[in-house]
Design a protein around this ligand. Structure first.
Ligand SMILES: Cc1cc2nc3c(=O)[nH]c(=O)nc-3n(C[C@H](O)[C@H](O)[C@H](O)COP(=O)(O)OP(=O)(O)OC[C@H]3O[C@@H](n4cnc5c(N)ncnc54)[C@H](O)[C@@H]3O)c2cc1C
Length: 465
């Protein structure tokens, strides 16, 4: 429990209603989408950087752990509080401060919702591409801190490709500005990138300068159904090697498809075993139409049993709603717990990886499925289990260990976009090796000598499912 004197100081800094200490309130901030839960001692809802700096000064003096939080949609436990911690939730710092169509830049606060930013910049004819499936409720601060990706990554890259500069409150309470407000800038080490994907372990991001691009005027969406995942994967390879760069290339295996087939705007054939969803965009309608037809012919030459270019906005919306709703739709399968991994392999190994996942499911007798941003080689592997069943839990741990080993053996990475958090701590050393981990510890120690910033996340540690 925090000392009464500390609570009093925090209340003075934050003002009425902005410090939560009641158990019911604390419970709401005790977990993220990983399902892991630890109740913090307090939740602070700051409205500006000075309040954050003042809180960090106290936390530093008293050695109180601090856990930054956006919307708590992290799937790895990275936003789960630590015992005795103060959660600093950025939801009240949600302003989109400036959008410049001349400079192609937006300045936003960390608590702004990603979809709100996309909608706002669109009014200026501009585009902020990174589009995690959670974009309607996750925050830009969380996206920066996890370097979130999404379907658009195939053509447009991920969050780090759109961060020009950051304002950060360091654990010692100092406020620093990193990067530039210009489209280029190469002065000194790229410390901006150090904070991108740092999972709240180095400081609290209080302002973000985003790079924007002109919004492409024309988009076409192509959906296709396949008799097996192999032909679906060959289609993605065919598209990626056809000389065009799709905006998105998503894959769903049989079980994933079965969970959302009622949401799709067409009737799914009985023989369907996989779905591919591809989108192309650009400023020339004929060019976009040509690319859409080329993709459809890739689908058909790879034995698609159904393929269609969407002509209608509502039809396209339904396709994407079904895709974005897939993760929650897995609840239908009736399992109390879901373990989500987001491995990434070189594109040439997508089909190998999908078949490895399916054979691991058979080996361990666990319900497993794969979907995700296959155009990037980034596959969401989901295991449906009951964690209260110790046999299932042990099997799941073995499944995941083997999955990570196979991923690394195929020159892949243990996370394409969700980060390490708590759940992938056991594997980070296998991917990075001792020297890199040592270097990371040195950086962390230098910036956060008392280890108050989101401790025990991201660095090697015990594997928790
Ligand atoms: C249904 C669903 C679909 C998803 N789809 C995708 C997807 O397609 N792609 C993808 O990449 N992810 C996806 N995710 C994961 C998640 O949405 C992302 O990781 C997202 O970036 C987290 O944002 P958040 O605001 O919820 O952050 P939180 O979960 O609150 O925090 C995430 C991390 O960021 C840190 N943090 C948050 N704000 C700050 C700040 N201002 N300063 C410093 N550190 C901070 C936290 O300490 C924590 O370590 C999905 C999650 C769900 C539930």
């Amino acid at each position: 429990m925090l000392k009464k004197s500390i609570i009093k100081k925090l209340k003075t800094i934050l003002g009425t209603g902005n410090l939560l200490i009641d158990e019911a309130d604390l419970l709401c901030y005790s977990y993220d989408a990983s399902g892991i839960s630890v109740i913090p001692d307090a939740v602070a809802l700051p409205k500006n950087k000075q309040q954050i700096s003042d809180i960090l000064l106290i936390a530093q003096q008293e050695k109180i752990p601090v856990v930054p939080r956006g919307a708590g949609t992290a799937t790895t436990g990275s936003a789960v509080p630590v015992k005795g911690s103060i959660v600093i939730c950025l939801s009240k710092m949600n302003q989109i401060k400036r959008i410049s169509s001349t400079d192609l830049i937006a300045e936003v606060e960390p608590g702004a919702i990603t979809k709100d930013i996309q909608n706002e910049v669109q009014k200026y004819g501009l585009f902020y591409p990174p589009d995690p499936a959670s974009l309607k409720f996750c925050t830009i601060g969380g996206n920066v801190s996890t370097c979130a990706g999404g379907p658009c990554g195939v053509k447009y890259g991920v969050t780090k490709d759109y961060i020009l500069g950051l304002e950060v409150v360091l654990p010692n309470s100092k406020i620093i500005k990193l990067g530039t407000k210009t489209s280029k800038g190469v002065v000194g080490y790229d410390l901006t990138k150090l904070f991108v994907g740092s999972e709240g372990t180095l400081g609290i991001i209080t302002s973000i300068y985003l790079k924007l691009i002109p919004k492409p005027s024309y988009v076409k969406t192509i959906v296709a159904i396949f008799p097996d995942t192999n032909t679906a994967c060959s289609t993605i390879t065919c598209i990626l090697t056809s000389g065009i760069r799709p905006k998105c290339a998503e894959l769903m295996d049989h079980l994933s498809l079965s969970c959302i087939k009622e949401q799709l705007p067409f009737s799914v054939p009985q023989t369907a075993k996989a779905l591919v969803l591809v989108e192309v965009d650009g400023s020339d309608p004929q060019g976009v139409e040509f690319e859409a037809q080329l993709i459809r012919s890739c689908c058909n030459s790879n034995k698609a049993i159904f393929s269609q270019v969407s002509e209608d906005k509502q039809y396209t919306q339904k396709l994407w709603q079904a895709r974005r709703g897939l993760s929650p739709a897995l609840k239908k399968l009736g399992f109390p717990h879901k373990i989500s991994e987001d491995i990434c392999v070189p594109r040439s190994h997508i089909a190998d990886m999908v078949s490895i996942v399916h054979s691991l499911g058979t080996k361990y007798g666990l319900l497993s499925l794969v979907f995700g941003h296959a155009g990037d080689g980034n596959l969401h592997v989901n295991l449906l289990i009951n964690k209260n069943d110790s046999t299932q839990l042990k099997k799941a741990e073995k499944f995941i260990c083997e999955l990570m080993e196979h991923t690394l053996a195929l020159d892949g990475t243990i996370s394409g976009e969700h980060g390490v958090g708590l759940t992938k701590r056991a594997f980070i050393k296998k991917e990075l090796g001792d020297e890199i981990i040592k270097l990371m510890y040195k950086i962390k120690k230098d910036i956060d000598p008392n280890n108050i910033m989101n401790p025990n996340k991201l660095f090697p540690g015990k594997f928790t499912v």
